[in-house]
Design a protein around this ligand. Sequence first.
Ligand code: UT7
Length: 350
Amino acid sequence: MPGLTQPGLCFSYPYSIMTKKIRAAITGVGGYVPDYILTNKELETMVETNDEWIVSRTGIKERRILKGENQGVSVMGIEAVKEMLRKTGTDPKEIDAIIFGTITPDMQFPAAANLVAAGVGATNAFSYDIGAACSGFIYGLATGASFIESGRYKKVVVIGGDKMSAILDYTDRTTCIIFGDGAGCVLLEPTEEEVGVIDSILRSDGTGECYLHMKAGGSRMPASHETVDKRLHYVYQEGSAVFKFAVTNMADVAAQVCERNHLAPNDIQWLVPHQANKRIIDATANRVGVREDQVMMNIERYGNTTAGTIPLLLWDYERQLKKGDNLIIAAFGGGFTWGAIYVKWAYDPQ
Ligand code: UT7
């Protein structure tokens, strides 16, 4: 630092110290769930199950299903983003980037994010998907925040959503009762205030592949008559194994992000946990030490929408959020992928 030792400059600071840190604030939320409601009662007519088992083992009462020909996940992403643009009064041409966390893109390519950008008129945006299963939205939120923090981009849209009904075997009671369809999104913009994405921890472990995957349709096992006959284009899950990993890892990472930001349970206004199973949510809440009324939950109405659960929680609870509220977001999913993000909410209800 030669400048600092020169006479007359000893009390001046380099420019980088004087400028405030740019943070990425969530400045708007949008969401979309399809109209069709698949209840536990209807599932009872499809597989050997019952409402009591589903509610007591998962907390789910109903989920939404996107019906109709040629309806991919981008349809829900477009509706969610359009709502957010309307609410925030944002011109789609001002959007710099669209990141879509999804494992059910309309096609292998182009990316669902490309289709959303075209669908909402975001003609100046670059766009891509993130395939991190249930952690897709938090991965997108952390990377989108980094784009903003770099100072290079001003408006980044992060979407999370899945059309899980497209990859579910409705003769397999261990998976078809859990998942549903839906998508949500947030707008990220720069701020110099102490709000926005404060910290994140993201993790992955590909050895989890054997417990949760879809065997066919990728480059290892392309679609063929045989893969269709063997029903290999559906979600495969070893539920109780995934459950154990989810409980430990999601709770650990949520607690870790609280500890390193010196957040005691009373400092947290909201825990925002991935909605896979109410028992996993309860375990995470216990580990972080928060009460039930500090935990966002909508699993009973939407089931597990994979990358959609967290933005759909923000969408449902937006009116209860106040500027300065501390949110701990946590997710765990296929991969395995998991992580936690500390967000300080940036606006009061409008
Ligand atoms: O979001 C992505 C990550 N995924 C997750 O986090 C999911 C984690 N796993 C889970 O949520 C739970 O493991 C499930 C909800 C999938 C299953 O609950 P479980 O308490 O772990 O049940 P289980 O797999 O240990 O099965 C217990 C019993 C079995 O019967 P037996 O062998 O004890 O006679 C199953 O066949 O429950 C039976 N069973 C059902 N019974 C009625 C499994 N599914 C059903 C069903 N209805 N739908």
